[in-house]
Design a protein around this ligand. Sequence first.
Ligand code: GLU
Length: 368
Amino acid sequence: MAPLTASQRLVVKIGSALLVDRASGELRADWLRQLAQDVAWLMGQGTEVVLVSSGSIALGRRVLALPDIDLALDQSQAAAAVGQIQLARAYEEALSPLGIVTAQVLVTLEDSQDRRRYLNSRATLEQLISLGVVPIVNENDTVATDEIRYGDNDRLAAQIAVTIGADQLVLLSDVDGFYNANPQEDDNARRFDVIDVITPEIEAMAGDAGSGLSKGGMKTKLIAAKTATAAGCAMAISNGFSARPLFALNEGVNSTWFLANGDPKSARKRWIAAMKPMGSIALDQGAVAALGRGKSLLPAGVSGVNGDFLRGDPVEIIAPNGQSIGLGLSRYTAGEVALIRGHKSTEIEDLLGYPGRSVLIHRDDMSL
Ligand code: GLU
């Protein structure tokens, strides 16, 4: 498995049990400082880092003196609202002395299911990353009800990894990997070093239980692994309790790696290629040549538009000879494309009456 330092874009999920002391309910600030050093070290090696952190409910329940039992949904939401402020501040306080700017990003399940919202959160995360910021992501627990929430940050972290095209995802947990049986109950349980395919046998080995503060058990970690690896992102489950946990993982500490199916770019292209187009956009010859050179599609190169698509919808890309040359996600609606086609990107604001994006279909959103 490639070391973490070889990762271009890394998502690290931090479970509540690592961040918040079970007995006292207090932030484990020393541990967080160690993690911050890991993040600074990886960024120094050129790896972009996004953190997905749980802990808002665990921190908030202590402040509100809520009982140490399963909370009702609205109680957890109240706890999350209180704890999220503390969580964001804790990361800021740990990372800013190392010269790292942090951002709080709260997402819901719908942000990944709705293609327009997905594109919005993707664009924001991309922008933050390109500015050298470390986004600290959590579920927006205060607005998410049971039916529409992730509820666990394992799957959320996998979704974030897919959204931003990360090549590695690390779930820092209170276990050191994936076992063929529950190691707490079975002395003969064996840990896998590497899992290259998630077979039904592997799935049958995942128990259900989560540990006290966190919702995710092995089941949610396996679902996360499936999501990530199918999108070309390798995933590790590693024990976060060691000092400098990411450094330790890089040095080969006990863990389980789930191998990626291809790379994020080609996985994204496969995903787009399998979509059903909602319309089409016809190009001039110059634009076809530009796409061939790996460029994005600009409004200036568009000669016609068909269908009734919305922002984020897949559209067919048509060459002047009438042949389809691929699919792409449009950053404009069909109506908007009709207005801006053939025009320079600098004219978009005048034509639409509001500022738009310079690119109509980004090269990362295209499968040719
Ligand atoms: N979003 C929840 C929190 O921050 C955690 C979900 C999980 O434990 O995975 O407390």
